[in-house]
Design a protein around this ligand. Sequence first.
Ligand SMILES: *Cc1c(COP(=O)(O)O)cnc(C)c1O
Length: 423
Amino acid sequence: MRVKIELSQIEITMNKEQSDKEPLDKKYLKAQQYHPETLSVRAGSETTEFGENSEALFLNSSFRFQSAAQAAARFGGTEPGNIYSRFTNPTVTMFQNKLAALEGAEQCVATSSGMSAILACVMGLCSAGDHVVASRSIFGTSVQLFGNILKRWGLEVTFVSLTNPDEWQTAVTSKTKLFFVETPSNPLTEVCDIQALADIAHESGALLVVDNCFCTPAIQKPLQLGADIIIHSATKYIDGQGRCLGGAVLGSKVLMEPVYGFLRTAGVTMSAFNAWVFLKGLETLYVRMEAHARNALALATWLETQPQVARVYYPGLQSHPQHVLAMLQQSNGGGIVSFEVKPKSGQTVQQAAWQLIDATQMISITANLGDAKSTITHPATTTHSRVTAEARVAAGIGDGLIRIAVGLEHIEDIKADLAFLTT
Ligand SMILES: *Cc1c(COP(=O)(O)O)cnc(C)c1O
């Protein structure tokens, strides 16, 4: 059955929340009394009869019923409870509830990866013939998913400039279901006005989806800024130490129902083990994000003074084109810094970029981000290599561009590892 999303439905949910007509879950109300840092440590946790102080890992695929009648009631949905870990698992549920509390979302659907979070969101909320407007500056694989795979299944996609709301307005058709953005974007850290795009989307009955991977709720809360749905790659900062793949979709119960319906049927479920790792990761999210951002600002400021650097991209810098907007939407600039290197004589910009990357001793040459270990990558030949050269140019990702996901090492050691720039 085709699930149709109407703006009116969303408004009803929001109104209910605001007018408090629908009694909220007691636990949810209690959670609101605490600061976000406390929620990251405490929210969503459940304890078994054994009284464990760290969340239990439920490494089992199915759940037993006390009787045939109970099995029928669970399957029929008249009795709540776990059935099978493709649908729900207590460890995954704890992770979902913790992340939902942090994002201020009614519901969270955990997925096997960030990409499957995007897939589940689209498969749950769109049908063949529907239209999506997406930013040109989204994660390379997301461009592939929208532009190649989902297109083959009848989804129409228009790519527009992240920072120009007029282009979004122009791209809207009567079939437009979703707006899809990442802010700050990868790798250029461009920032869009979430409220402005939400207003354009809502005027035409569409929903605004924000991939909040770069910021996490510790830095930016898209739902409070007017977005309808949040996507996460938990693989990045939510894990924080580069161990597991996972993702999440968050939003109102009404919107998450078809997303969960797709997940439960198609099986893009988060593993219980990964959920347990992410639960632990979330406990330290706020202190980690502060430290990442402090190091990133110091590095970006230093890079701006280096003669071999043509340009630095970091929302926390005053030179960033959307610095003022970024500081309104975000509590800091985040942990990702990109910059363009200048070629030495006889060198192409790509050679200059590769030479710098190869000269590092400590920083990991890897495309992952959100790790305690600083990572360095050349987007044009790695994360964005499958994007066509024209699309790369249109997105502003040059051959001299380098992205550093600034880790938790001492800032002086990170700068020293880039000393090649100073020679
Ligand atoms: C990594 C990433 C994804 C994809 O997440 P996976 O967990 O690797 O599938 C999506 N969006 C952004 C912004 C990312 O950085």
